[in-house]
Design a protein around this ligand. Structure first.
Ligand code: KG4
Ligand code: ZN
Length: 378
């Protein structure tokens, strides 16, 4: 099957095409048999709007929607071109050699999501293709199974013993999610206020850096001393698995005020960035390990935009190895928002029902009832 993925939940306009063969089977995998299928990303095109939003220090939803409208047609054509799929045929459905369209339906920014959904429905209608709505967070989990464009790989669910504990860290979410099977999720912890990516972005703003703040803080922190300023790792000792980042952000605000921002030299800024980064990551690692032990899991997975962070990746690996846990982190190109993860998740959901693979036409699927849900949960 060839699956077209469309993602516009925030500030990336993304279209990807993946190819799969065989049927995925979680049931078999958990029963100890090999549940492997072939999967290949044919194209993965992302048009980022970060430069536009940088002036505002964060994403402006209506501007994001306007940019998606402007760009999505080009991104779609580019994705088809990179996948070497021609559109020449007299038969309506063969003009687009795709078997399924998967589109993000939430969570995310309402106006931005609507653009992707409207575009996906238009393509489904025009070429008579089935369409399926995808949860963006489930997409981040599945980003762990994606290999670079053009590389044939196996979707080896068996490598990771279920249940898998997922740490999803992005600009909008900080979640610990237990994946008991495909489509079976239990949130065991989440942020009570700011998401960890948001904290990186806000601290970057306090330090006078640009947007998005995560990569800039991480770069600055390379030259800093993480022990220089003892900052709090909020809720590290709380008995539950929830997170809170607004206190840490406020502690940085007071620190900068006391030190007087205008007089901060580069070394001081680097020390603040390194100390903040350490405090922010420490709590993620500690709580993931504690949850893994309490829930008796063997496998842990990281995902979301913040999973690009080098320190988080290395601490996650270290913690897993020291505790004999199987672990996975997405390839760097799939840490941020992308449509390949949406295509794969759409395929997994579509293939769940045995009859679904026989459905080939738009009208076989309830595409008209596919609706955006900005607050979609697991
Ligand atoms: O998953 P994502 O692309 O979009 C959302 O769904 O939110 O995540 C974006 C977030 C931003 O807050 C950005 O600052 C953060 O991921 N981020 C990082 C790094 N790269 C991106 N945070 C820390 N370190 C990084 N290297
Ligand atoms: Zn995301």
């Amino acid at each position: 099957m060839r699956i077209l993925g469309i993602e516009t939940s925030c500030d990336e306009t993304a279209v990807a095409i993946i190819e799969t063969s065989g049927r995925p089977s979680f049931a078999k995998a958990s029963a100890g048999k090999q549940g492997t299928r072939n999967i290949k990303v044919l194209s993965n095109v992302i048009s980022s709007q970060v430069r536009l939003h940088a002036k505002y220090g964060g994403v402006v939803p209506n501007l994001a929607a306007r940019e998606h409208v402007k760009n999505i047609g080009h991104v779609f054509r580019l994705a088809l071109k990179q996948a070497n799929l021609s559109q020449k045929s007299k038969v309506k459905s063969q003009k687009l050699p795709i078997d399924l369209i998967a589109v993000t339906r939430g969570p995310g920014l309402g106006p931005a999501l609507l653009v992707g959904i409207a575009f996906a429905k238009a393509v489904a209608w025009k070429y008579d293709k089935p369409i399926i709505g995808v949860n963006h967070l489930e997409g981040h989990i599945y980003s762990n199974w994606l290999k670079p464009v053009g590389v044939n790989s196996k979707l080896q669910i068996i490598n990771y013993k279920l249940p898998i504990l997922n740490l999803i860290v992005s600009g909008g979410h900080t979640e610990l999610v237990l994946m008991e099977g495909h489509g079976k999720y239990k949130i065991i912890g989440e942020t009570l206020d700011d998401a960890v990516g948001e904290a990186f972005d806000k601290v970057a703003r306090l330090l006078g850096l640009g947007y998005p703040g995560g990569p800039l803080i991480s770069k600055l922190a390379e030259k800093g001393d993480p022990e220089h300023y003892p900052l709090p790792s909020p809720m590290i000792y709380s008995k539950n698995y929830n997170f809170s980042y607004s206190g840490l952000k406020t502690a940085v605000l007071y620190l900068i005020r006391d030190l007087n921002l205008k007089k901060l030299d580069n070394q001081t800024k680097s020390d603040i960035a390194a100390s903040f980064q350490k405090a922010a990551i420490n709590v993620l690692i500690k709580k993931t390990l504690r949850a893994a032990k309490e829930y008796g899991v063997d496998s842990i997975m990281l995902s979301g935009g913040v999973s690009a962070n080098i320190l988080l990746r290395s601490e996650f690996k270290k913690m897993a190895e020291e505790n004999n846990l199987k672990y996975s982190r997405p390839q760097i190109e799939y840490t941020g928002d992308n449509a390949a993860m949406i295509a794969l998740t759409g395929y997994m959901n579509f293939a769940k029902s045995p009859s679904s693979l026989k459905l080939r036409r738009a009208n076989d699927f309830p595409w008209k009832s596919l609706e955006m849900d900005a607050n979609l949960g697991f």
